[in-house]
Design a protein around this ligand. Structure first.
Ligand code: HEM
Length: 378
């Protein structure tokens, strides 16, 4: 392997643009053991899809004893049959219809945020818009009282930074809310999850709480990044920006292209149950594997001109939402939020552009792909 490009997980330039390294890895070391991370990394589209579909070989369950202080027993960290029973029940209440019914409310919440931006010439788009939007929406779905929503961003940031106090505080909060809903059910997801539990279905109180915490953590930063990465991609591709501005009906395709080209989750975790083979390498049992969604989604074996951002790319079978049994449950919701949010943003601020005088600062976490702040001129 040539050594001109290195894995530099804490370097800003690398975090902003890991793609040349990913291209080199796909070409020269498609399944690679990284000593520093003590993990196997897999980069090609077909191999990543394989890892995600073979759950018997590549388990989602962390091998360490689960720590009840965090939520490692929640949906994404389980295998069948546990995964199947948890997923069946949450799928029953977290349905595409329920999400679609939220469209008018998401539109209202979007306009509330945009109205607050109108008096300004320059703002941090992430702080003012792309971060609060998913938080207020999920708060609405869960039926969290308005007064408590301020805390959410704080808690979910804490959990992402592996702060066990934050996850404990959030769990305690949801436990109290759950008890309230058990005695006074409403028209919200917590009440429905509780009802399903009370009707002899499989969710325990702890599982309802875990699921609530999961929705806040799995759904917020990812959707924030999808919205902000769209503005970032458009800024870096002025021709595509102009096409979209002239025809907003291209927006749904543009969002799919952002998911592919600038995938909000860079890689996932899996754990080998048995010895297996990928790309001529033997991976022993008991190993951590990182299937790189960001690598797969730029694979030229799958996507023509993979390094070009093309808003009406067809076909576009990206795997930014994963693949197989753990396929993102929130995909319809994040697509809807991005569609409503970005359409309103681009309509309200037809001259919105990224302030090129400010350096771009990546989120300092190699697992996710996004910016800490994004200064825009309105
Ligand atoms: C752009 C936004 C999003 C992206 C890129 C994304 C990506 C993903 C990916 C890659 C997985 C698979 C994880 C794995 O296989 O280990 C996943 C799972 C999941 N996502 Fe999302 N997600 C997004 C938004 C959301 C939202 C808004 C919610 C809910 C409010 C959500 C809830 C979930 C849940 C519950 C799972 C676990 C599913 C399971 O294990 O069966 N996600 N997501």
């Amino acid at each position: 392997m040539t050594d001109n490009l290195q894995f530099q997980p804490i370097d800003s330039q690398f975090l902003l643009n890991p793609y040349p390294w990913l291209a080199q890895m796909r070409q020269e070391a498609p399944a690679f053991y990284d000593e520093a991370q003590q993990a196997w990394m897999v980069f090609r589209y077909d191999d990543v899809k394989h890892v995600l579909s073979e759950w018997k070989t590549f388990s989602s369950k962390p091998p360490q004893a689960p720590d009840r202080k965090d939520f490692t027993q929640a949906l994404p960290f389980t295998d069948p049959p546990k995964h199947q029973s948890l997923r069946a029940i949450v799928q029953k209440v977290f349905t595409p219809n329920r999400v679609e019914a939220l469209a008018p409310r998401i539109t209202e919440l979007t306009h509330e945020l945009l109205d607050q931006m109108k008096s300004q010439n320059q703002i941090d788009l992430i702080k003012a818009f792309s971060s609060p939007l998913p938080i207020v929406v999920i708060g609405e779905i869960l039926g969290v009282p308005l007064d408590d929503r301020e805390n959410f961003k704080h808690w979910s940031d804490g959990i992402l930074a592996s702060d066990s106090t934050a996850s404990q505080t959030m769990s305690d909060y949801f436990r109290t809310l759950l008890q309230e809903r058990q005695s006074h059910p409403g028209q919200d997801l917590i009440s429905d999850l509780t009802a399903a539990y009370e009707q002899g279905e499989k969710l325990t109180g702890q599982e309802v709480v875990d699921f609530c915490v999961l929705l806040l953590t799995a759904g917020n930063e990812t959707t924030t990044n999808l919205i902000a990465n769209t503005i970032w991609c458009l800024h870096e591709n002025p021709d595509q920006n102009e096409r979209l501005r002239n025809d907003l009906s291209l927006l749904p395709g543009a969002i799919e292209e952002v998911l592919r080209y600038s995938s909000p989750i860079a890689f996932l975790n899996r754990f080998t149950q048995v010895e297996t083979h990928i790309a001529d390498q033997t991976i022993p049992a008991g190993q951590t594997v990182h299937p790189w969604l960001a690598g797969a989604n730029r694979d030229e074996r799958q996507f023509e001109n993979a390094d070009r951002f093309i808003i009406d790319r067809t076909p576009n079978e990206h795997i930014a939402f994963g693949n197989g049994i753990h396929f993102c449950l929130g995909a319809p919701l994040s697509r809807l939020e991005a569609k409503i949010g970005l359409k309103a943003l681009l309509e309200e601020f037809p001259n919105l552009c990224v302030d090129s005088t400010q350096p771009l600062k990546p989120i300092p976490n190699i697992r996710v792909h996004g910016l800490e702040s994004l200064s825009v001129l309105l």
